[in-house]
Design a protein around this ligand. Sequence first.
Ligand code: SAH
Ligand code: SF4
Ligand code: F3S
Length: 481
Amino acid sequence: MKGIIEDLHVLTDEALPVAKPIDPGPRQGRKVYIESYGCQMNFSDSEIVASILQKQGFQTTSEIESADVVFLNTCSIREKAEQTVRNRLQHINGFKKQKPDLLVGVLGCMAERLKAKFLEEEKIIDLVAGPDAYRDLPRLIDEVDGGEKAVNTFLSREETYGDIEPVRLHSNGVTAFISIMRGCDNMCTFCVVPFTRGRERSRDPYSIVAEARSLFEQGFREVTLLGQNVDSYAWSIEENNKARLQAIGGQEIVNFAKLLDLVASVSPDLRVRFSTSHPKDITDEVLFVMSRHDNVCKYIHLPVQSGNTDVLERMNRGYSREWYLAKVRRIREVLGEDCGLSSDMITGFCGETKEAHDDTVTLMDAVKFDYAYMFMYSQRPGTLAEKKFADDVTEQDKKDRLTEIIAKQTQHSLESNQRDIGKTFRVLVEGFSRRSDDFLQGRNSANKVVLFPRSNKSKGEYVHVTIDRCTGATLFGNAVD
Ligand code: SAH
Ligand code: SF4
Ligand code: F3S
């Protein structure tokens, strides 16, 4: 009896059934402009939206001025993210005055959170579609064409868009994202994502491997597997695909370690990254797969959020300060000190005392992250924290604590880069440096940006670069082969 793993190596070509385009009719040539906010998953979703609409005869455009349909794919993670979208809608109102036929739609997390209420709050909006409703977009657009406002914010337990081959928007032709799961079941108390993205579900591994293979064949050299918590990826034939169970048999569950192994096996020249890992779920098995494959990048984004165990408990993160520190030790034991490590941190979460904040600072000193994304706590409507705890840290304290950890991280990033001077890294070239065509830019395995003089190298090539200087954000060097 064949298992899923063997089966995946032979069956991948039929794994991407291509939806038949229906008669495009009046949609032919209508131009859609999509602007994305928030996390990589939202950017990846915009590529799914583009694919669904192109199959229906729409064209995508990168110029808002020439668009017939404007979509904002929105984020709700912090109040500021929502304010940015509202300001943008004001601006788009200007275009709509000149072009009254312009269809304005909001997609993504803010659409899901606000639902039909969004239409009342922002009169410019014609269409509201949540993250699981994108297949319905052509119908929703028809509804707007018929003179109605259109809303679909249904959250699905099954939708993974697994059969849809995304249209790569703003692509450099070298790196691409592959969404491997949707939703989140973790219920961190500060977080709106479980409400805007719904229950966690894993995409079938056949279509993931097929997408990675197809990207490699098109010349892409790096894929990033995306999910809110990739370590809880779990797919089994009997749960998710009864037809295939009959076809090939087998009871195996594909977990994240197995999936990573499969994607890494597509080609040794295809780099594999993944994001985000949850400290409570990342396993030794994943670390061993990372260590076994040279092409799985030695970099883990492992958000800690806080260095204080009481705060972590109120956040419902499912680990303590000690657990986190032990996990970091284990990562470095298995993958070595050069494995890149980054984090997310929140200052001023409910009940965070000065002492609790100091624990975050000392954790940073203990770990020395290479990079971190840092935020002030922003209370989100409907979250568990809003219901259970007082948002009792003053804005000033949140801000001062943020300033303190940013200064600390800036120092750590610089020191981390300084330790790389004299080392030689294999860099995947992503294109020219932003400032000058005389320099190429890429990243090393640990996700650090590396710049070096162009010579005869070009985009998509792997180049060995010896580092001779750095800033806090960039390594500089020269090609050695
Ligand atoms: N799934 C990822 C994170 C997704 S959201 C994880 O579990 O790590 C990205 C980051 O935004 C979070 O890691 C957190 O640091 C931050 N964040 C989420 N909700 C927030 C809020 N209400 N206020 C401030 N920052 C928040
Ligand atoms: Fe939000 Fe926590 Fe899920 Fe991340 S793991 S998306 S922080 S609920
Ligand atoms: Fe924002 Fe939604 Fe991502 S809230 S961070 S776009 S999952």
